[in-house]
Design a protein around this ligand. Structure first.
Ligand SMILES: [Zn+2]
Ligand SMILES: [Zn+2]
Length: 245
């Protein structure tokens, strides 16, 4: 861990910028690859129609998001070098606690942002782009208006500026963020039906949950959990039934 920290501290910014771009390209590539595998494995459990053929606009929007995510990573590095973002080196329980803190705080903040994004003016200007693809494919996770991609990144950096997370807690959260973003956009349901009846698990977002939002923009605004939708009455009355398509 110490050698990674020294590397991030001493390597020229331009070299790290290239590294972050490659890292984000790799994340996007793996996401699409794993997502494609899940779509094939669970093809009998579709919750949306099969996505139409890929367009060049989707490719351009996804590429822009990957580029912006790389810039946000670089921004995080510069803020860390300036001492505005600080990380703790602890492992063990501290890492687990951080993971849950980051998940809950980001989930709440993104719920609020998502509700705001559905106000007609903001929807037209920004969020409509993502909703053009209501029969999602794994790549749809990255298909959004650049302003939206940047606002997620800035929210994340703002949280890191006020909360000194552990390196590993942050890494765990980032992996979880990609995994749940992907699950919401595969158009098939990998989680078993009984998931909804199990305490605690029934508060965790599923593929059907986010597919439900894509089909009906008035419900299911949460990202990782159903907590805020349950609390504020925006949960879809019944989850999208499986094998609807
Ligand atoms: Zn979506
Ligand atoms: Zn939305």
């Amino acid at each position: 861990m110490k050698s990674i920290i020294h590397f991030l501290h001493d390597t020229p910014v331009w070299m790290l910028a290239i590294g972050f771009l490659l890292e984000n390209l790799l994340i996007a590539g793996l996401t699409v690859l794993v997502g494609g595998g899940l779509v094939r494995i669970y093809s009998a459990r579709r919750v949306t129609e099969v996505a139409p053929p890929l367009t060049s606009l989707e490719m351009r929007l996804a590429s822009t998001t990957v580029l912006l995510n790389s810039l946000v990573t670089l921004g995080g590095l510069l803020l860390w070098r300036e001492g505005l973002i600080q990380f703790r080196a602890e492992i063990g329980w501290a890492m687990i606690v951080d993971f849950f803190v980051l998940v809950i705080v980001m989930d709440a903040a993104m719920y609020v942002l998502h509700r705001l994004a559905h106000i007609p003016l903001f929807f037209k200007m920004v969020h409509r782009t993502h909703h053009l693809y209501d029969n999602p494919r794994p790549l749809t996770l990255f298909v959004m208006n650049p302003i939206e991609a940047l606002s997620f990144g800035l929210l994340w950096l703002a949280l890191l500026c006020v909360y000194d997370a552990t390196w590993l807690g942050m890494a765990l959260y980032l992996a979880f963020n990609v995994a749940f973003g992907l699950i919401g956009h595969i158009g098939v349901e990998p989680f078993p039906d009984r998931w909804k009846d199990i305490p605690i698990l029934k508060y965790i977002s599923t593929s059907s949950f986010h597919a439900g939002h894509h089909q009906d923009g008035a419900h299911n605004f949460g990202f990782y959990t159903l907590i805020w939708d349950r609390m504020f009455g925006t949960l879809e009355p019944q989850d999208t039934p499986l094998q609807k398509f």
